[in-house]
Design a binder for this molecule. Sequence first.
Ligand code: AP5
Length: 223
Amino acid sequence: MIIVLLGPPGAGKGTQADLLSRRLGIPKIATGDVLRAALRDGTRRGLEAKAFMDRGDLVPDSVILGILQDVMTSPSAKNGAILDGAVRTVPQAEGLGAMLKEIGKKVDKVLLFDVEDDELVKRLSTRTVCEGCQTPYMGREPGSTCEKCGGRLVRRKDDEPEAVRNRLAVYRRQTAPVIDWYGNHKMKVLRIDADAPVDTVTARALKALGKAGSGKREKAGGK
Ligand code: AP5
């Protein structure tokens, strides 16, 4: 199953992609993580993306489609993938569709994580992420240790207030039209209210995907 995750910055796409990946047994592919890893490794792709990412702008479609071509044709994605933030413009949605058609695949589900701007800004202004495995944390100071891999937690440069404002504007201008694009191409966009505890959001996502019985059960309670 190929699942596209849409949603504004801070909506919890990365958090949910990890959880859904474990529950559904298919890999998560996060273009943001791929680009940050390329930057750390000093590759041309990473260096090309750096200035766009630091400002909170989108990197060029050609770079993203190159990444998607590599990952979607690799053996690790043979049973499907969860595409976290990998489709942020209409040309990317078109390009991914055409690429998948060539290899006899298609996007099966599109999930949209919905969260109000105030909550997004609050989440991003207090987030730290692991330098190594990219796991996001709330309420942990930079310099703390990642529970998953022992890496160091840092603040992302694009979580500074000015970059966050730009990312939200970019989302509205360039990514929101992708929602209608899928709707106009006979793909129902499954809207998830993501302003709720993490486990509740996962349960909502699994239900929307028709996989409510997959993996662990939802914890009691919720926002
Ligand atoms: P990327 O890294 O994908 O950033 P983003 O889309 O802005 O998303 P974030 O990672 O900020 O948020 P998220 O929705 O994953 O939320 P998270 O789970 O971390 O991309 C970075 C940059 O790369 C882009 O700006 C662009 O330059 C470039 N790029 C990447 N893909 C591209 C593409 N396709 N085209 C062009 N350019 C591209 O959660 C946020 C925080 O909230 C965390 O601290 C988390 O712990 C917390 N949290 C999560 N869920 C909850 C909850 N339910 N309740 C309370 N807190 C929660």
